[in-house]
Structure formats: structure tokens, C-alpha cells
Ligand binder design. Sequence first.
Ligand SMILES: [Zn+2]
Length: 351
Amino acid sequence: MLALRLHGPRDARLDEIPEPAVRPGTVKVRVTCAGICGSDLSLYDTAPVPVDWPHPLIGEVGPHVLGHEISGYVAEVGEGVEGILVDALVAIQPNLDDGECPACLRGEPNLCEQGGFLGVNGGGGGFAEYVVAPAAKVFLMPPEIGPETAALIEPLSVALHAVRRSGIAAGQTALIIGGGPIGLGLLLCLRAHGVDRVIVSEVSASRRALAESFGADVIDPRSLDPVAHARKVTGGRGVDASFDAAGVGTATFAPAVEALRKGGTTVAVAMYHEAVDLDPGMLMVTEKTCTGSLAYTSDDFRAVIDAITEGRIDPTRLVTRRISLDEVLDKGIELLRGEGRDTEVKILVTR
Ligand SMILES: [Zn+2]
């Protein structure tokens, strides 16, 4: 089968590789849609996972298949798997955990000491014709959810987990720095959570237009200071929670922290391009919280599926382009690294 594998920095190739074989406790899925994520662009740029390092939970050396936002139809079911039938539409939760380390036993499997991701650390990925995943990470889709929306459950779960990390409550106010797929996902999750006042700071006009149509108060940070605007709309107090979904560095993190009210929380939910300066004395006198959000748990996945099924989240307009697997480099990854940054939100590889 054809698969996009990462051989090194800026060296991803469409290789012909054997189809993965189903094993006991796993499910083989014929991939229908796979989203291109900002983290795929970072992986492509820097190839941080050594090709000769076998992940402890997966045990394969690279080059690994990319793509971790995956939906598809069940092709084969492994021994011992119950309740998942061939031809069912499913979404795959790609983060793997050992289920037995202190983090897993605390109920934080996304922080598993041996955590890894399909589509990053081996075990196959979404930019291929087939992928095999543990049955516990395979979610059956209800009739309300089609294959394109099913591939959006992963990025929306990233957003929902970050919203939960912020501790924000219905009726409070939020600032999102960056209106890409995660920023817009945060907006959809916050609105579904009863947070009506959400400011989105984004430089791309098309992404701002989409955020506005989702009910945000949008600003272009080049013409309006997000901190000043956040203070203005909150009577000088600052927002209850903020999210840096851009990850540029101090340029995006500092305004997220500065726009907070005393005691507010900012969540880093991006791959950062550089380190940031932070003054602990400021944290002391304001009791602001700066935290991060890593991926999601199965509970986040289920909550997103429920929210879409019940119509509280409608993510369909996040998809701005559909391409085929043989176009994934030119019309997908390379486009998003260039001009597509301003014009696209989510590009799906479909078949
Ligand atoms: Zn663990």
C-alpha cells in the first residue's frame, strides 16, 4: 500500500509498504479521511523522533507513517475484539498509553510515562491506505457523524481538553490567540460550554471570517492590541481564561498572560517555535496560572462525539480543502507551510 513516511527533516516520501496485519485486540481500518495537523508540519520540519529509536510501547524503528487525525471503515477485526463490526465507520484516538504507570493510574493517561502516538512514533498512521489500532482506541461513529467530521474529532478533542484544563465556566470570558484549526476548535468548544464572550486574535482574514461566523469577537492583532481589547470588553478586569494556540513565542504567549484577570488561567496548546520569558513575581502578585494541555483522554474523545451528535458543536466548515494521498506533500503539507497558512484551516486527505 501507499504511505507517507518521514525519513528525516523535510524528507517525507510516498513509499510502497506492506499492509499492516491485524493482531489480537486490534482493528484494521481502511482510512477514509486523515487531517493534516500543525504538528505534522513541525514533525516534517524537524523530524524530532529518531528513525532508529523503537518506541517502548510500539517497538518499531522508522521511518514512520505520518497522520494522526484518522477516520475510516473497519476492514478486519482482531481476535478477542467485541462490539466492532467490519464496515463500521470509526475514528481513531491515536495516543497510546501503558495503562500501568503512575500517570495512567492517576487517571491521566495522556501524560503516560511511555506515551506515544500513532502517526508519530510508529504503528502506522493516517497518511496510508490502512492502519491498525488497539480496539480500545477505536470509536464507533453514530449515524449523525460522517467520515469527514469523524476525522475532526481528534483536533476537537485537543481543544476540549485545553478548555477543561482552563477551568473556565459558563458565562465567563476567554481570549484565543491564533485562529487555526485548534484555535477555532477552542472557540467551538467554549461556545458549546456556555462561554459566549470569546475574543479570537488572528492575522489571517479568512480565518477571522470563519471565527466571526462561529460567534467570536475577532481582532487582527496587527491593528488592535489583544490585551487592550480584552481589558476594554471586561471593564478593565481581563479575561477569565486565555489560550495560546499560535505558539510563536513571547509574541503570542505574553499577551495571553497579560490579558488575564487576576487569578485567571492561560493554557499553552501549541508547538512553540521558541522559549518565552515569564516573571514568577508577576504570578505571585496576580495568582495567574500558566499551564499546558497535552492531547486528550478517551473521555475527551467521547465528550466531543456526544457534542457533535447532539448538535452542540458543528465543525464541518473547518474543512477547507480535500486532497488525495498522492497530493499530501504538494497540496497539503507544503501548501500549509506557505500561502495556505492564510487561506486554509483543515486540509483532509480523503479517498
Ligand atoms: Zn502510563
